[in-house]
Design a protein around this ligand. Structure first.
Ligand code: BES
Ligand code: ZN
Ligand code: ZN
Length: 507
């Protein structure tokens, strides 16, 4: 898809359609002049009043370079990055459904509330994320081959076009990162077993100019990553750990920020096997790793000033004569011994070693991990909200604010000391599940806290929002790529953290 930026209102761009994003009861004289009574009539009949979610397509009168259709999309009460993303996505999807190939989007009125760069970024995110689909497993020619291939953003008279171009460039990087993560999540597990997924990450790193290191089973065994390795014992394929590095010129000596992802390419539950209903969704249990890889792609293209490390632990949790048994005790890279009482609580074992490795090797300024960690987090927050935990108030605040800004909503959850107490082992130092029935997302987070140790850390439990069975305006069914834009935006706006005085709230 090609994006460009021009001045004017977009009536003369020779596109198949002109998209007008309109707030509730917004007046647009120029549009009224062109469409005559049609606009007022739509409003009267309550077909289009600028409400959120409303989209209407109208034929446009002929004229030099005039669009064939006008697509109206409602912003609701006011233009915000989220309402612009949603309206742009719905308009773009409507254009595609009508087999239209090129659209101009009028950005002149969206933005009375916010600046040109941000408005352009939000339009690109809406279009780029809303039009995502993974068609490669469908054979033959069908409707799903129609694509919108050209999008022209029109800045009106007053808009700063170079600021809009910056917004377009950055918005594209965020879409490409998110859609890359979605592709990985939507790839079936038979095509993304750990070595294959590591190869895909390596190929991406090469294309994007990122440094890439892939640790194999022997190297991980030498580093004594007993927790991570125990999860993969039932698999007929070996595990991998992929480490990507982004180092900007002139910041070589600065400590990096680190993103760490759970990459369980399929989670059967292991010997503590899961019930069969819905098991096919466990192909998405590598969404944390996908978010980290997608964020690294977005980082490589948007070039923040801070170095960034992306670490993913890739394993397959299978059932086998050699699989880890409930009751087994393993030793993590940190030296902590862990009793495995439930082989389905495997993500925390992968992250225990991935977090410790990242901390030891890179001494990062902070670590953010993402994982489809617990069903309990979905019980607490529903399917659309990420559970956020952490040990550094300022970092937690930044991630919470980015959750609001990006539309990938997060909610701060507690790490009270009793959750850590509940993870103590009987024979070993720790147990991989708590004895208590309740608060499973919190006790899982407390387990991770032990391995994040003193490094400022945030954990995002994305079990709910990692995939969706029902499309949102800019999240088609399947993997959502949740977290990619939060991570990339965190890197882009990075400022040094002030050291935490005392414990974080709730720790
Ligand atoms: N991958 C699952 C969590 C999950 C569940 C993600 C549903 C997405 C949708 C994780 O490995 C798991 O099985 N967790 C267990 C932990 C329990 C055994 C303590 C869970 O949540 O049931
Ligand atoms: Zn599991
Ligand atoms: Zn899992």
């Amino acid at each position: 898809m090609r994006f460009s930026v021009v001045g004017g209102e977009g009536f003369d761009q020779g596109t198949d359609a002109l998209v007008c994003l309109m707030a509730k009861d917004e007046k647009n004289e120029q549009l009224e002049n062109i469409l005559g009574d049609a606009l007022a009539s739509l409003r009267e009949r309550k077909v289009f009043e600028g409400k959120e979610g409303q989209v209407s397509v109208l034929p446009a009168p002929d004229g030099g370079g005039a669009p064939k259709f006008v697509i109206l999309a409602g912003l609701g009460d006011e233009a915000s990055p989220e309402s612009v993303r949603c309206a742009s996505a719905l308009a773009a999807r409507r254009a595609r459904a009508e087999s239209l190939k090129s659209v101009a989007v009028s950005a002149s009125t969206t933005g009375n509330g916010f600046e040109a760069r941000e408005a352009a970024q939000a339009i690109v995110e809406g279009v780029g994320l809303g039009l995502y689909r993974m068609g490669k497993y469908k054979s033959g020619d069908n409707d799903e081959k129609n694509e919108v291939s050209r999008v022209v953003l029109c800045g009106g008279r007053g808009r700063n076009l170079s600021a809009m171009r910056r917004g377009v460039r950055y918005g594209r990087a965020l879409c490409e990162g998110t859609n890359y993560a979605r592709d990985l999540i939507n790839t079936p597990s038979n095509e993304k077993r750990p070595p294959a997924l590591a190869d895909m990450a390596r190929a991406m790193a090469r294309r994007e100019g990122l440094k890439c290191r892939v640790l194999d089973e022997k190297q991980m065994a030498r580093m004594k990553m007993g927790a991570l390795l125990s999860v993969n014992r039932g698999s007929s394929e070996p595990p991998r750990m992929v480490v990507l590095e982004y180092r900007p010129e002139g910041a070589r000596s600065q400590k990096p920020i680190a993103f760490v992802g759970k990459g369980v390419t399929f989670d059967t539950g292991g010997i503590s096997i899961k019930p069969s209903g819905g098991l096919e969704l466990m192909t998405t249990d590598m969404s944390g790793a996908a978010a980290v890889l997608g964020a690294m792609l977005a980082v490589a293209r948007s070039k923040p000033r801070v170095p960034v490390i992306g670490v993913t632990g890739l394993v397959e949790n299978m059932v086998d004569g050699d699989a880890t048994r409930p009751g087994d005790i393993v030793r993590s890279m940190k030296g902590t011994t862990i009793e495995i009482h439930n082989t389905d609580a495997e993500g925390r074992l992968v992250l225990a070693d991935a977090l410790h490795y990242t901390r030891e090797k890179y001494k990062p300024q902070c670590m953010i991990d993402l994982a489809t960690l617990t069903g309990a987090c979905m019980v607490a927050l529903g399917q659309k909200v990420t559970g956020m935990y952490g040990t550094h108030d300022e970092l937690l605040g930044r991630v919470r604010d980015l959750g609001e800004r990006t539309g990938d909503r997060v909610w701060h959850m507690p790490l009270f000391p009793e959750y850590g107490e509940a993870m103590k082992g009987k024979l070993a130092d720790m147990c991989n599940i708590s004895g208590a029935r309740w608060g499973g997302a919190n006790t899982a987070a407390a387990f991770l806290q032990h391995f994040a140790d003193e490094t400022p850390w945030v954990h995002l439990d994305i079990a709910g929002p990692s995939h969706t069975g029902k499309a949102d305006p800019y999240r088609p069914e399947g993997g959502t790529g949740v977290g990619v834009r939060i991570l990339a935006e965190l890197a882009m706006g990075w400022k040094r953290l002030t050291p935490q005085e005392g414990k974080a709230y709730g720790c």
